[in-house]
Design a protein around this ligand. Structure first.
Ligand code: MG
Length: 424
């Protein structure tokens, strides 16, 4: 389905769209309180280790970014307006955005609270070319919800995401198939979501700073710098990526991670928190239709010492109970050498698509899952509003906008811990 083709012909339709709300939480707050319009507004925690969850564009022009410590943001803009997050409101607006998308396009894959990929190739007869569909979606979101959004479009999912980032704020950018390589060439390699800081450093050592330069590197050299993903990234740079909607599971992982305001010193408390995370990861697996064999626990002490330990299961699973057992066993082995914990993360790696049996257990678990999810959300919002915003991310290092997928279909549970994030 996601095979690579290489003709890059202009006839190919750039029908993979990535729609992303602009400064989502901040835009919602400005809508609710129009006196904030044009001012440097951030949503986030005000505690000692509070971080910026979303920054309005006037705040961004002052250098403020999501995930920045609030103390830094305050230094950059002494007149900064800090609004505590209102998770229920964002979740509700998120659902309204997704309703508009589903209204126009059949094939929608929500990837976080404020972004989705859409395949609009089937919507063309009704609504026109991808440019017109992107404009229609943005117009409806503006008219019905009074919020700005941006859209990128391409023949390829990762390129659509890069394009939407370039279209911001309040814009759209659709890249024709035969212009893909030229569009990417001048962009920094870090614009590719699979290239984290580590890979970026490896590429810089080769003198590669821009995506176009990836094309000049011999494949073996590139493989040494980027590992097994090298061919995929090279194909992207060449304009030959044709990844569409639907998740590829190979080399995929998902997880959740939190940093606390205060060190955790009570082993029972750490155990309790990592089991909550394990449950959350299990829910993410079930919601995505995945199972995992590899459970990873990451722990960080206040001095920065980090332990990453994994265990491999005999049978792939999406069971919260199985994941809890694994992370607790990993924790038992480490906790005597890490008496104080500042950060913990739980990740499921090497995902596989769930088989029929796993799907069934998902169905039978759904009613309980709903309630769990709701209470997890409530707990998260309490913590989130009280001090720091837990810095969620996939554990493989790609920074993400805080927020996680809300409803993906009428059957899936709404909302989620705003600090826990989905992988793309
Ligand atoms: Mg966004």
């Amino acid at each position: 389905m996601d095979e690579q083709v290489s003709d890059g012909s202009p006839q190919e339709i750039p029908g993979v769209l990535h729609l992303d709300m602009d400064a989502f939480f901040a835009s919602v707050e400005v809508r609710e309180n129009p006196r904030l319009a044009g001012l440097p507004v951030v949503v986030g925690g005000t505690g000692a280790r509070g971080v910026v969850a979303a920054a309005s564009y006037p705040a961004r022009t002052r250098g403020i970014r999501s995930a920045m410590p609030m103390a830094t943001a305050r230094r950059l803009a002494p007149d900064l307006i800090i609004v505590p997050p209102r998770g229920d409101l964002y979740r509700e607006v998120s659902a309204q955005v997704m309703t508009i998308l589903h209204d126009v396009v059949a094939d929608v894959e929500q990837i976080s609270v404020d972004e989705a990929f859409l395949d609009v190739r089937g919507a063309r007869r009704l609504f026109g070319e991808p440019e017109q569909i992107a404009a229609l979606l943005r117009r409806r979101i503006r008219e019905e919800l009074d919020l700005p959004s941006s859209v990128g479009g391409s023949v390829s999912r990762p390129v659509a995401k890069i394009a939407s980032a370039r279209a911001k704020p309040d814009g759209q950018l659709i890249i024709p198939a035969d212009r893909t390589a030229d569009f990417l060439a001048p962009l920094p390699v870090g614009a590719i979501s699979g290239i984290g800081p580590k890979a970026q450093t490896a590429l810089e050592r080769l003198g590669v700073h821009r995506i176009g330069q990836l094309r000049d590197i011999p494949p073996a050299t590139l493989a040494r710098a980027l590992g097994p993903r090298a061919p995929e990234i090279r194909a992207l740079a060449d304009g030959n990526d044709r990844t569409g909607l639907g998740r590829r599971t190979k080399d995929r992982s998902l997880g959740t991670e939190r940093t606390w305001d205060e060190d955790l010193t009570d082993p029972d408390e750490v155990r309790r928190r990592i089991t909550v995370m394990a449950d959350d990861v299990a829910r993410q697996l079930r919601r995505g239709g995945f199972v995992t064999r590899t459970v990873v626990l990451k722990l960080r002490a206040p001095d920065g010492t980090t332990r990453t330990r994994s265990s491999t299961l005999d049978q792939p699973t999406s069971s919260g109970e199985r994941l809890r057992e694994q992370v607790v066993a990993l924790w038992e082995r480490e906790h005597s050498s890490l008496p104080r914990i500042r950060l913990a993360g739980v990740r499921a790696a090497h995902l596989e698509t769930a088989d029929g049996r796993a799907q069934q257990s998902e169905l039978s678990e759904r009613p309980a899952g709903w309630q769990d999810l709701e209470s997890a959300m409530d707990r998260a919002i309490e913590r989130f509003g009280a001090g720091s915003l837990g810095r969620g991310s996939t554990l493989d290092g790609a920074p993400r906008t805080p927020g996680r997928a809300g409803p993906q279909s009428p059957e899936s549970a709404p909302g989620g811990d705003p600090s826990a994030l989905r992988f793309p």
